[in-house]
Design a protein around this ligand. Structure first.
Ligand SMILES: [Zn+2]
Ligand SMILES: [Zn+2]
Length: 259
């Protein structure tokens, strides 16, 4: 199973993405968070995702399904979606919360399916369970995390969100997840105003400890921090050193994992 981090940023994109980093990935010049699994299942399609697919030299025609976390433009953006959908061989199947679907209005070559938290669906051989996220867009929209299961492997994708709603947190216990992708927008300090919608490194430490203690992470499972704000973190290299003390990994644009 192949998991590619196309982008790993929060929404504070560096201006240099349009100049010196225009044609390359860089660990300190992150683009909008998006993950591609086995070349066919995309998680989030934000402002930079079509560009990330170009830089990764992805065969976009093979992408069949898109699962959207929420409608903030760094995760779901109409023009980026239009470019991706136009290259897909089959109409792109989009799965999202009902109130996030407006971003796909007027986009051709897509089929929109709405999701209900905790009601799993089967797509491309995956069992995918949408989970409530602790994040806010509007009173109408419920941002989502996802648990993806296939061939005995489990992946969690949790961007964006700070902590987890009680039902989601309890759902994750005993799941023995192999690859846990965790929001870590904020750096290694505690007083940030985003504490109720995004994780910091101290919050990630607490969550990781609870999940590991209560069976949320598989014996050989890994936790990867994602959705990092460059303006709130130290350099990628320094962040890797900080996170390693708690056996946390730090994702970067272009990283591919095999699980
Ligand atoms: Zn975001
Ligand atoms: Zn958001």
């Amino acid at each position: 199973m192949n998991v590619q981090f196309l982008g790993t940023c929060a929404c504070d994109f560096r201006p240099e993405l349009k100049t010196i980093y225009r044609d390359c990935f860089d660990k300190d010049a992150r683009r909008s968070t998006s993950v591609l699994i086995d070349g066919e299942l995309l998680l989030d399609c934000g402002l930079w995702t079509s560009e990330c697919l170009r830089l990764a030299e992805t065969d976009v025609s093979a992408i069949q399904a898109l699962f959207v976390s929420h409608s903030h433009v760094d995760h779901f953006e109409t023009e980026s979606l239009r470019k991706v959908a136009a290259q897909c061989t089959k109409p792109l199947a989009i799965y999202c919360d009902r109130a996030a679907a407006y971003r796909a209005e007027g986009v051709e070559h897509v089929e929109v399916h709405t999701l209900t938290p905790f009601v799993p669906i089967e797509v491309l051989g995956w069992k995918i369970t949408p989970l409530s996220a602790n994040h806010y867009v509007s009173d109408e929209e419920q941002p989502l995390h996802y648990l993806l299961e296939k061939n005995g492997k489990k992946i969690f994708y949790g961007c964006d969100g700070g902590w987890y709603p009680t039902r989601t947190g309890l759902f994750l216990y005993e799941k023995e997840i192999d690859l846990f992708i965790m929001d870590c927008t904020v750096g290694d300090y505690s007083e940030d105003r985003r504490a109720f919608v995004h994780n910091s490194i101290p919050m990630a430490r607490e969550l990781a400890a609870a999940l590991r203690t209560h069976g949320g992470i598989a014996k050989d499972g890994q936790i990867w921090l994602c959705h990092l704000a460059p303006s709130l973190h130290k350099s990628h290299t320094e962040t890797v050193e900080i996170a390693a003390k708690d056996d946390l990994h730090v994702a970067y644009d272009g990283l591919t994992l095999t699980i």
